[in-house]
Design a binder for this molecule. Structure first.
Ligand SMILES: [Ca+2]
Ligand SMILES: [Ca+2]
Ligand SMILES: [Ca+2]
Length: 233
């Protein structure tokens, strides 16, 4: 009987494990918590963005249904709580289950998606103080707007001319043009999964995890008008 050595059965061999000590150069600066020291708008804090001038941090909070404003000391990096705007308070709408917050590239506007409101809320930003003023809400199914059902993902084009939102339960991307002077948005239309030849996420690539689908398209912004067009990769 042919002898099978233990080493051949146990192949392949493994590199010896070399434990490493990771030394962090980060220094703890600060902790801000909802309900402590007058801070509000951080209950289930979901996302944040920093203004292009680095002077403010904005936080969207799911459970507080809010967007909170913090000023930032450029030298120390420390934040100071300034303001919170909440859904249903002072006429503000669109922040129910607030998820993603983004500051426009020109620093003049802040936008927040509200999953519970199926909406995007628009705010103008005071570039001196960083404080926000509520300007507008756009909701799925209201005034012809579509694609915002369970609104989540939010992106602003680098030129600041357009805002795009993913509506999870609409299987869609909603497209908006942006007025930088007023921070208000105008609905342009949507791309919906399976409609008009736009079918991302339908093809299973061979050799990949069963059932895992991948997007065969990427989106490009049309030079005029800001409409997104599906494009084969
Ligand atoms: Ca709170
Ligand atoms: Ca609301
Ligand atoms: Ca819809």
């Amino acid at each position: 009987m042919k002898h099978v050595s233990k080493s051949s059965v146990l192949a392949p061999t493994f590199e010896p494990f070399e434990p490493r000590i990771l030394l962090s150069t980060h220094t703890f600066l600060q902790s801000l918590q909802d309900g402590i020291g007058g801070v509000d708008g951080l209950n289930q804090a979901y996302s944040l963005d920093i203004s292009p001038d680095g002077r403010n941090v904005y936080v969207a909070a799911y459970a507080d249904k809010s967007v909170a404003v913090f000023s930032r000391d450029a030298a120390s990096g420390l934040l100071t709580y300034q303001q919170v705007l909440k859904d249903g308070v002072g006429g503000v709408d669109g922040l129910n289950s607030a998820s993603i917050v983004k500051v426009s590239p020109d620093g003049l506007s802040v936008y927040v998606t509200g999953q519970g409101d199926n909406a995007i809320a628009a705010f103008s930003r005071d570039t001196t103080t960083g404080l926000l003023t509520y300007r507008q809400v756009l909701k799925d199914g209201v005034g012809g707007v579509d694609g915002l059902y369970i609104a989540y993902g939010l992106a602003i084009s680098p030129d600041g001319a357009n805002v795009y939102v993913t509506g999870g339960y609409d299987n869609a991307i909603a497209m908006f043009s942006r007025n930088s002077a007023t921070s208000q948005l105008s609905y342009m239309g949507l791309l919906r999964n399976g409609v008009g030849g736009f079918t991302p996420g339908r093809t299973v690539w061979p050799g990949r995890q069963p059932g895992r689908s991948e997007c065969l398209y990427h989106l490009r912004q049309r030079r005029l008008g800001g409409h997104l067009l599906p494009q084969h990769l």
